[in-house]
Design a protein around this ligand. Structure first.
Ligand code: PXG
Length: 290
């Protein structure tokens, strides 16, 4: 079936879904986005994603010309138009069409794009056997630059990190912050397990407050697993009992090797697998119907 893309209230076939070369989303990466998943007809954590989108937009002083409820309706309509039940939704709001200059005041109206497509996942091998990752030289941006909470269209820093991972022969990279503490991966948060507790870097170290990260922390609380948001170094990663990444696209993915060091016995850990099976249950029972 041909995909229909939502652009500013209209549905366009994929081939005709185009925006202006004067859109500041293209010219400057001036805009914000969200990646959302649906599972068997349920949109997972929709409110959280919408709230984060509007907070990203508010921070860069981009007025979204649509209420949150109207945005939710537009997303549901896009899913129905495309007859998708298990989908990946990419929600994009750009500064809109302006001129060849940075000045956002030259862009009178934001562009709203909603793409709902099938999801492209990591190879299933990674989920079964775990993946290998590396730390790389590109640092996570500091709060005073592009704050890591802003899911902006300017992902070049993360793309550099991804390129460095690919150059090292792996699929994902861990970025450290400016002090050398573990931050997060290019599109995923990172967790380790140590002595029965779950550890993940605190938000203030400079990581996106991932929605999957939050869901995993909620599951751990439910299962009475202690969770600590703690500063971690590469040493902590190397000597973890388990390690995994979380993100909307990846869900929960086990990590078994970091910078050449095998994590524990080199197999996905028990707690990782237990959290994953609970996560799968929640994604298929908790959500907004469309
Ligand atoms: N860190 C960063 C830097 C991210 O971009 C996450 C962590 C995980 O957050 P969530 O809220 O998804 O648990 C992200 C999320 C994509 C894509 O298509 C990227 C993300 C999410 C979905 C799709 O590249 N980034």
């Amino acid at each position: 079936m041909r995909l229909k893309i939502y652009i500013d209230g209209k549905f366009l076939p994929k081939e005709n879904a185009k925006i202006s070369v004067f859109d500041h989303g293209l010219l400057y990466g001036d805009g914000v986005f969200e990646g959302i998943r649906t599972y068997d007809g349920l949109i997972f954590k929709l409110k959280e994603h919408i709230d984060r989108l509007y907070q990203s937009a508010h921070t860069i002083m981009l007025a979204i010309p649509m209420s949150k409820n109207e945005m939710i309706e537009a997303i549901k309509k896009t899913l129905r138009e495309n007859k998708l039940k298990d989908a990946y939704i990419r929600l994009i709001v750009t500064r809109g069409v302006g001129d060849l200059g940075l000045d956002p005041r030259k862009c009178p109206k934001a562009t709203i794009i909603i793409i709902a497509d099938k999801i492209k996942l990591y190879p299933s091998e990674f989920y079964k056997k775990g993946m290998e990752i590396v730390t790389i030289p590109t640092q996570r941006t500091i709060h005073e630059a592009v704050n890591p909470q802003i899911k902006s269209l300017n992902y070049l820093n993360n793309i550099l990190a991804k390129v460095e991972a690919i150059n090292a022969g792996v699929e994902e990279a861990v970025m450290l912050n400016f002090e050398g503490y573990v931050a997060e991966c290019t599109g995923d948060n990172i967790f380790i397990v140590k002595k029965g507790a779950l550890l993940t870097p605190p938000i203030h170290i400079g990581v996106l407050r991932g929605i999957t990260r939050g869901a995993v922390i909620d599951i751990a609380h439910m299962k009475e697993i202690p969770v600590y948001e703690e500063i971690l170094t590469r040493y902590d990663l190397f000597n973890a009992d388990e390690c995994f990444l979380t993100g909307t696209a990846a869900e929960i993915i086990p990590v078994v090797k970091i910078d050449g060091r095998t994590i524990a016995n080199g197999k996905p850990g028990k707690m990782t697998l237990a959290l994953t099976s609970e996560f799968h249950k929640i994604t298929r029972s908790d959500g907004v119907r469309f």
